[in-house]
Design a protein around this ligand. Structure first.
Ligand SMILES: [Zn+2]
Length: 149
């Protein structure tokens, strides 16, 4: 019987627990009074052979840590996807996005009803403005063009 390190019962190996060249011994694993299975252990100190990872340079990495990396990668992969699904799917019918909305620094007006409206108000006569230009920022200060040239 060979375990994942390629060590079989009776094989010589260097034990990490006691630091000696030792012999792998097949021992019974008991869970209380229940016989669980056989395990290779150091004949000198009784440490399980599976713990002696450094004895076999053929194994690049223990499979458990590689699984952890895979799970981390999966987590990182799914995170942007989950964030995208939380984003606002449909925009509100706010007056500021409406074709009838006339933006003004002090009092914005609805051209359809000819009365002052709030930018975040919503309206039954809402008609989305064709180009979705962000209108949230403050209007440009006057004279900016003159300064730049
Ligand atoms: Zn040992």
């Amino acid at each position: 019987m060979a375990n994942e390190n390629g060590i079989a019962a009776g094989d010589r190996f260097s034990c990490e627990a006691c630091g000696r060249e030792s012999i792998a011994k097949l021992t019974r694993v008991m869970d209380g009074w229940t016989y669980v299975g056989d395990r290779l252990a150091c004949a000198l100190c009784g440490a399980p052979v599976a713990a002696a990872e450094g004895a076999s340079p053929a194994a690049p990495a223990p499979p458990s840590s590689r699984q952890a990396v895979d799970r981390l990668a999966a987590l990182l992969d799914t995170r942007p996807e989950a964030r995208g699904s939380l984003g606002p799917v449909e925009k509100g019918r706010f007056c500021r996005d409406c074709v009838h909305f006339l933006r003004h620094p002090f009092v914005s007006r609805c051209l359809l009803r000819d009365k002052p409206v709030e930018p975040m108000q919503d309206c039954d006569d809402f008609q989305r403005r064709p180009e979705a230009k962000p209108q949230d920022g403050p209007p440009d200060p006057p004279g900016k063009d003159a300064e730049s040239r």
